[in-house]
Ligand binder design. Structure first.
Ligand code: ADP
Ligand code: MG
Length: 337
C-alpha cells in the first residue's frame, strides 16, 4: 500500500508538488492524470525513491521512502518496477540481454536468469523475439520487453509513465490488456500515469487528476467520468453538446445497475410525455458499463420527470451548461459508490 500525506516538493523556488494526499491500496491499478508539467512524473519518481521530497510523508508498505539509506534504498528499488513512454531499452543488447540485465546486475546465477527470462518472455508474449535487437521490434514489442525487464526482480509495484503514449490505439490497447493481466495474475499494484482517457477507463479503478502540483480531483474512475468535474473538463476540453435553451435539460446517469434497462422509453410511456434526446452514450470501463443520456423536457413536465427518476433510484442532474451543472447530491453520491 502506498500512503502519501501532505507531500511537498520544490525544484529550487519552483513548487512542483503541493500537499499531495493519496492512498493506493495494494493490488490496485491507480491512474494519475494531468496536463504536461503537472508533476506526474515527479510524483512517480518520489514513489520509487529516484526523487526526494521536502515535506510530508510517503510510505510504501509502511516504509518512509526518503528515510532509506544507500543499501536499503537499493533493496527497496528492487520492489518497484518502472516503464516509460520511450521504452528505454539498451540498443546494443538483444531482447534476452535486456530482460536479464537487472538480474545480472544483482548477480543472479545464470540458470536462474535463463529460467526467469523465458518465463517473462512467455508472459509478455515475445518468446520468439529473444535474439532480436530493439531496432528490429515494433513499438508494442519494445514495450513488452520493457515490461518483462521491469518484472524481472519480482516487484510489488509497477510504475508506468505514459507507457502507452507512443503507441497507436490498437497496440496501446494490447499493452493495457497485458498490464491488466499482470495486475490480476501477479497481484502487482500498478500506478499508471497517462493522458489517454481510454487507458484510464479500461484499466484503472481509481484516479487522481493533478493540476499544477495539486490533486484537483480524486475518486472512482466511473464517478469522475460520469460527473465530469471541472478538473476533468480542463483536461479533456468541453464537449460540444447541443444544449437547448428552451425547456429543461436533464442529464440521466445510467449507472452500472441500470445501463441495460429501458429506463428512458419506460419513463416516456408511463408518464405519457415526449421529450428530445440531446445526447447519449454508454462506455465500457474496467469491470462495468455506464453512461448518460441528456433529455430536454418542457418546463411543465420537468418536475414529473425528476420525481419519476428519484422514485426509480435513477441519478440525474440539471444540465444547462457545464458551468451551471448541478452537483449530484451527497446522498446520491453514496448510493452510486
Ligand atoms: P509531468 O510529468 O506531469 O509532465 P513533471 O513531473 O515532469 O510533470 O514536471 C513538473 C514540473 O517540474 C515541470 O515544471 C518541470 O519543468 C519541473 N521539473 C521536473 N524535473 C525537474 C528537475 N529535475 N529540475 C527542475 N525542474 C524540474
Ligand atoms: Mg511526465
Amino acid at each position: 500500500m502506498i500512503v502519501i500525506n501532505n507531500l511537498k516538493k520544490k525544484f529550487g523556488s519552483l513548487s512542483v508538488l503541493e500537499d499531495i494526499n493519496l492512498t493506493i491500496e495494494t493490488g490496485r491499478i491507480y491512474g494519475l492524470v494531468g496536463r504536461s508539467g503537472a508533476g506526474k512524473s515527479t510524483l512517480l519518481r518520489c514513489i520509487n525513491g529516484l526523487e526526494t521530497y521536502d515535506e510530508g510523508s510517503l510510505l510504501v508498505d509502511g516504509i518512509e521512502v526518503k528515510s532509506l539509506k544507500y543499501e536499503e534504498a537499493r533493496e527497496f528499488k528492487k520492489d518497484i518496477g518502472m516503464i516509460f513512454q520511450q521504452f528505454s531499452l539498451l540498443s546494443r543488447m538483444n531482447v534476452y540481454e535486456n530482460i536479464s540485465f537487472p538480474m545480472k546486475c544483482w548477480k543472479y546465477p545464470k540458470n536462474k536468469i535463463d529460467k526467469r527470462v523465458r518465463e517473462l518472455a512467455e508472459i509478455v508474449g515475445i518468446s520468439d523475439k529473444l535474439n532480436f535487437k530493439p531496432s528490429q521490434l515494433s513499438g508494442g514489442q519494445k514495450q513488452r520487453v520493457a515490461i518483462a525487464r521491469a518484472l524481472s526482480m519480482d516487484p510489488k509495484i509497477l510504475l508506468c509513465d505514459e507507457a502507452t503514449s507512443a503507441l497507436d490505439p490498437k497496440t496501446a490497447k494490447s499493452i493495457v490488456s497485458l498490464l491488466n493481466q499482470i495486475n490480476r495474475q501477479l497481484g502487482i499494484t500498478i500506478v499508471m500515469v497517462t493522458h489517454q482517457m481510454s487507458v484510464l477507463k479500461s484499466s484503472c479503478e481509481e484516479i487522481s487528476i493533478l493540476e499544477n502540483g495539486k490533486i484537483a480531483e480524486s475518486g472512482l474512475v466511473e464517478d469522475i467520468f460520469l460527473k465530469q468535474p471541472r478538473a476533468l473538463i480542463n483536461l479533456i476540453g468541453d464537449k460540444d453538446n447541443v444544449i437547448f435553451s428552451k425547456g429543461v435539460n436533464i442529464k440521466i446517469l445510467l449507472s452500472k445497475n441500470i445501463y441495460d434497462k429501458p429506463i428512458i422509453t419506460k419513463m416516456s410511456r408511463e408518464l405519457q410525455i415526449d421529450f428530445i434526446i440531446a445526447d447519449g452514450k454508454l462506455e465500457k470501463y474496467k469491470d462495468s458499463v455506464m453512461g448518460s443520456v441528456i433529455v430536454n423536457v418542457s418546463e411543465n413536465d420537468s418536475s414529473k420527470v425528476m420525481k419519476y427518476l428519484d422514485s426509480n433510484n435513477v441519478k440525474w442532474s440539471l444540465y444547462n451548461s457545464i458551468e451551471s451543472e448541478c452537483e449530484i447530491s451527497e446522498e446520491e453520491d453514496a448510493t452510486y459508490a
